[in-house]
Design a protein around this ligand. Structure first.
Ligand code: F0G
Length: 399
């Protein structure tokens, strides 16, 4: 099967092994291939396989992800996350990936490509999850890892994870958008392979979130797939996944995408309100630090995703996010704040009549509960009570 890179703006093609992230015209790149499997039989058969590559929820779909010999794949393995049904909604928990977020799905493909093109070092800008994932996969592949994070704006858990796996962490005095600009410049000047979601191989891996959830539902599509939106890599990947699944005939009907932004970090929502006639940049602020992003790099790909699926973009406040998080945590599932934007978004879209109460909805929970312990301790501290080691003190506390 042949694969190539293609500009989403001018359609110019490049070799799949060329190291580049944008076209000469400035357009974003997409990995394209001449054909996809006509049915999902081999994908479905691999679900019960004991082979490592088959058991990955990414590489199970490898004919539609990356054409490369099995022994060159850098896989933990990842994916194969659970789908929970609670209170009439479905939750696909991507926090169950090896480093606790959906980023591992894109990282396994980007790191495989990094090794294939002979990279010695890999880099990303990050609000914490991409950096943790990059560090873990770079450790596995034996590559040097350098991450650019907004100084003081990444949760302690994510930072600790990134350092534990051995990455060098540059704390940038500025926000995520400044770190993103800097890593773009640094990677081209220093010859470091960039694995942010501007890298189209990341998108190929993240498509499998959608394919795996469709497979979990025996390829009977839901009405909606709801995802939090920051740098817009996932929104882009989900649109591409749905287009390919529809065109290949794996599904008979295309679900609609709902991308949810925090109201303090809502450039994509603003653009949606104007039917995407312009692009917005904002100075971002939200409690959901994972999506504190004001100038998303994958804007153009994400516009295509919303248009193709007849999707919508919604915004939710920090209070609505934390309220939804308490509900998801209270179901015994749990997630980090950014992920809870999904349920907050569903509530809002139901209230405005865009989503019907009997629509079948899958919310994608992007990160694990333990990714941001501070956000929990701030709101639940009242239930943590220090007492003397006596039975009387226990009785008093529980009265
Ligand atoms: N949810 C979580 C938990 C995230 O970490 C991110 C992005 C998103 C949602 C948004 O996804 O960027 O594809 O629209 N985190 C990036 C990072 C920016 O550096 O970890 P997106």
């Amino acid at each position: 099967m042949t694969e190539w890179l293609q500009c989403i703006t001018c359609s110019r093609r490049f070799e799949a092994t060329e190291i580049r992230y944008t076209c000469d015209c400035g357009g974003l790149l997409s990995v394209e291939r001449d054909k996809l499997p006509k049915n999902t039989k081999q994908f479905d058969a691999r679900r019960t396989s004991r082979n490592t590559v088959d058991s990955s929820g990414v590489w199970r779909f490898r004919e539609a992800v990356l054409s490369i010999p099995d022994d060159q794949i850098v896989t933990h393995p990842e994916g194969a996350t659970r789908l929970y049904e609670r209170e009439g909604l479905l939750f696909k928990h991507e926090g169950e990936n090896p480093t606790g977020s959906f980023k591992d799905r894109g990282m396994t493909v980007a790191m495989t490509q990094a090794v294939r093109v002979g990279a010695r070092a890999v880099a990303c800008a990050s609000t914490g999850n991409t950096s943790a994932s990059l560090a873990a996969y770079a450790a596995q592949a034996g590559l040097r890892a350098v991450v650019f994070v907004p100084a003081g704006k990444v949760s302690a858990g994510k930072l600790a994870q990134t350092l534990a796996y051995g990455a060098t962490c540059l704390q940038i005095r500025g926000d995520f958008d400044a770190a993103m600009k800097l890593v773009l410049e640094a990677s081209s000047r220093l010859g470091i392979y960039l694995v942010n979601s501007i890298n189209p191989f990341r998108i190929e891996g993240q498509k499998t979130i959608v394919w795996e959830l469709l497979q979990d539902l025996d390829w009977t599509p839901p009405d909606w797939i709801v995802v939090p939106a920051g740098n817009l890599g996932n929104t882009s990947a989900f649109g591409k996944a749905l287009k390919e699944a529809t065109e290949a005939g794996w599904i008979k009907r295309t679900p609609r995408l709902a991308s949810i932004q925090a109201s303090g970090a809502n450039p994509f929502y603003r653009s949606f309100l104007e039917s995407f006639s312009g692009r917005h940049r904002v100075t971002a602020e939200t409690i959901a630090s994972a999506i504190r992003i004001g100038d998303p790099v994958s804007h153009d790909r994400a516009v295509a995703a919303i248009r193709y699926t007849g999707g919508v973009v919604e915004e939710v406040t920090d209070d609505e996010i934390m309220d939804a998080k308490r509900t998801i945590d209270g179901m015994g599932i749990g997630c980090e704040p950014a992920s809870a934007a999904t349920l907050a978004g569903v509530r809002k879209l139901r209230a405005s009549g865009v989503m019907r109460d009997d629509d079948r909805v899958v919310c994608v929970l992007t990160g694990h509960l333990l990714k941001d312990a501070d956000a929990i301790m701030k709101s639940a501290a009242g239930r943590s009570i220090e007492i003397d080691a006596t039975i009387e003190a226990v009785e008093r506390a529980l009265r």
